[in-house]
Design a protein around this ligand. Structure first.
Ligand SMILES: [Zn+2]
Length: 404
């Protein structure tokens, strides 16, 4: 049967379908291109004299919901000069077993899919084919290092790769684009990278990790360091939680469990509590003077923080923070004394967070993504794969994957 209709698929405009078969779970299309004059690659003359045909078997994407295989009858022309050459086919390169479109989709899928296996199933190939695609992209598209911008954010996370348990991610603090992932969070690793690529860096946002601070200072001289707001606020909540756990221990099992379950009423801003939550708050604060004190300290801290966010003068912010220290010192709760000790060590960086509106919180999102990756993905234990996966996923974020 000679059907000779055009395939309505992008990249296949000229293609003639000669026969369609259903073999197993695939649609098999026998295709060819119309005969037309070609320029001889050797002498440039036009010829349309056919020499012979070769059959090329090509795996392609889905067509009407089924994966397709193309049997492409590739024509070869012969020129008056004696040169024989293959016709130009827009959908596949010579000797290739996959269509150009398949290759494009496989490239994006190999990066974006949760696992190589999943990408292989969707594309009708083995996971090892997908892994090879991924490795090729990783090799071609990943550069050794990037010159860092003026403002960067850094954060660690647990990638659990063959290069170490924790990795360090560096992002553009302004655009939030992740720029680099370092194999580990060691001081020397960070220092070396910043020395090599951090010439332009003037500001670094980080959480309160003393070895990050030391590395940044050593490599960059005197950049502005900004402590991430979320990270330092956590110290206050940790202190409150430490007190809660301590006082709870002396309570009956019922209240202990209930208080643990209702602990969010302690963290929430008092003004935002519902009536029911308020009832629980009053109940537990009524059971322990120490917990009440801790709670008041947290509320005092929140009042300072909320006000500081809109304060005009950072000198005032500092003054009020020191007043908060005084309140903590008067209360003499060890958990809070410990927290403000950290605050004092990072005071400059904390105050900077009210001058420079940067955070590293957005890196948390990437952190969560890698958690999913770790659970699902085979092959990302290798640090180079891991790094490529994360950086390329972000690069490919805007690209959709259409399977035809
Ligand atoms: Zn020729």
């Amino acid at each position: 049967m000679h059907m000779n209709f055009n395939m309505n698929i992008p990249g296949f405009k000229e293609v003639l379908i000669e026969k369609i078969e259903e073999i197993g779970d695939r649609t098999v299309l026998y295709v060819s291109l119309p005969k037309k004059a070609h320029h001889c690659p050797s002498c440039g003359a036009l010829t349309s004299k056919v020499h012979d045909y070769r059959m090329q078997k090509i795996k392609h994407l889905k067509w009407f919901e089924r994966l397709t295989t193309l049997f492409y009858k590739r024509r070869r022309y012969v020129c008056a000069c004696g040169k024989r050459f293959s016709e130009h086919a827009p959908f596949v390169d010579k000797y290739q077993r996959f269509s150009k479109e398949w290759n494009q989709v496989a490239q994006v899928r190999s990066v974006k899919a949760k696992t190589f296996k999943e990408a292989g199933e969707v594309l009708g190939s083995s996971s090892s084919t997908i892994i090879r695609r991924f490795q090729r992209i990783a090799k071609n598209e990943m550069v050794e290092g990037v010159r860092l911008p003026k403002a960067i954010a850094i954060d660690e996370y647990k990638g659990d790769t063959d290069a170490g348990k924790f990795q360090l991610i560096i992002a553009n603090a302004e655009t939030r684009e992740p720029l680099e992932i370092l194999p580990n969070r060691r001081k020397e690793t960070i220092q070396n990278y910043l020395r090599q690529y951090g010439e332009d860096v003037e500001l670094v946002v980080m959480d309160m990790n003393p070895s990050f601070k030391a590395a940044v200072k050593k490599a960059l001289g005197r950049p502005v360091i900004v402590a991430d707001r979320f990270h330092y606020c956590r110290y206050i909540y940790w202190a409150l939680d430490e007190v809660r756990r301590k006082v709870q221990k002396e309570w009956h099992a019922y209240d202990r469990k209930k208080c643990k379950r209702m602990r969010h009423v302690l963290y929430k801003r008092k003004a935002k509590l519902t009536e029911r939550e308020r009832w629980y708050l009053d109940r537990y604060l009524g059971m322990s003077e120490e917990l009440r004190q801790a709670y008041e300290l947290k509320e005092a801290y929140c009042a300072w923080f909320d006000w500081a966010k809109t304060a005009e003068d950072v000198g005032d912010v500092k003054e009020q923070l020191e007043e908060f220290y005084q309140t903590v010192e008067n209360a003499q709760l060890p958990a809070f004394l410990k927290a403000i000790k950290t605050f004092k060590n990072w005071q400059v960086e904390i105050l900077n967070s009210f001058i420079f509106p940067y955070s590293n919180g957005f890196l948390e999102g990437i952190n969560n993504k890698t958690k999913v990756m770790k659970r699902n993905a085979y092959g990302y234990r290798r640090f180079d794969h891991f790094r490529a996966k994360i950086l390329l996923t972000i690069k490919y974020k805007e690209i959709g994957v259409h399977l035809g």
